[in-house]
Design a protein around this ligand. Sequence first.
Ligand SMILES: [Zn+2]
Ligand SMILES: [Zn+2]
Length: 273
Amino acid sequence: MRSTSLAQFNVTRRRMFETSCRELCRSAYRFVFPPACPLCHGEVAATSCEVDGRLVTPVLCDRCSAEAIPPPGNRCQKCGVSIGQFIRSEKGCSTCRNLSYRFDCVIRLGLYDGLLREACIRGKSSHTQPISAALANLLWLNERVTLEAVKPDLVVPVPRYWTRRLTQSHHQAETISRVLSQRLQVPHARTLLHKTRLTPDQSELTAAQRRLNLRGAFSVWFGQRQVIGKTILLVDDILTTGTTVNECTKTLLNAGAKRVVVAAIAVVPPYRH
Ligand SMILES: [Zn+2]
Ligand SMILES: [Zn+2]
C-alpha cells in the first residue's frame, strides 16, 4: 500500500517536472523567436495566440485582426453575408433565397473587403503561405464554437484542376482546410474531391454562366465509402456567388454525404458580384 502511494507520488512529481520543462522550453523559444504577424510583421501579443495553454501560430496581430474582421453583426444564416439587424434568415436572405444552395450554411471570418481582401490576395502566393494559415487560425479562434458544433467527420478543400498544381505551388483553400482539420482534430481529406476539367475564370461570368461553367466539374473518384453518411466541412478561401461550393456540395451529397457545411475566410458582399 505504502509502495503504491510512493509510486503515485513519483509519477505526479515526474509529470510536474515535465510540465515545467515544457513551459520553460516554450518561454525560451518565444523569447528567441517571438511570434510575428505574417501580414505587417509586427509583434503578436502572447494572449492573442494562446488557447488552453497551447500556442496557436501563425496569427495576425491584434491591429490587423481588428481591421480585418468586421464588428459582430447580423449575418445570413445560409450564405454568410451581412444583413440588417432585424432581418430573419433561417431560409436565406434576399441574395441567396432563390439560389437553392445545397450546403447547410456558411461559416466565415469576414467580408471580402479592406484588409481582409488584401490578406486573401497576398495569401494566394506560395511564399506568403503563413498568411493563409494565420487567416485559418483566425477563423478558428473567432468561430471555434460554431465550427465545433458542426461535428464534421472530414475536412475537404475545394479542389483545383491538376494542371493548376503545376503552375501554382500554393493552394490557399488546402492550407486553410489543413489548419482547420488540425484545430478540430478531424481527418483532412485533401484528395477526396477532384476537379475533372479546367474551367474558364469565373470572375467575368454572370451567376447563370458560372453554374453552367461548373456543372459536372467535380467528382469523388476514390474513397466514396469514406463519404457515405458523413458530415463534411467544405473549405474555400473566398466565396463570390457560392456557385463553386454549391457544385462541390452536390457532388459530395450525390456520393452519399449526409450534410455539407461550408467554411470560408471571406464572403464577397452582393454589391461586388
Ligand atoms: Zn499585423
Ligand atoms: Zn443569404
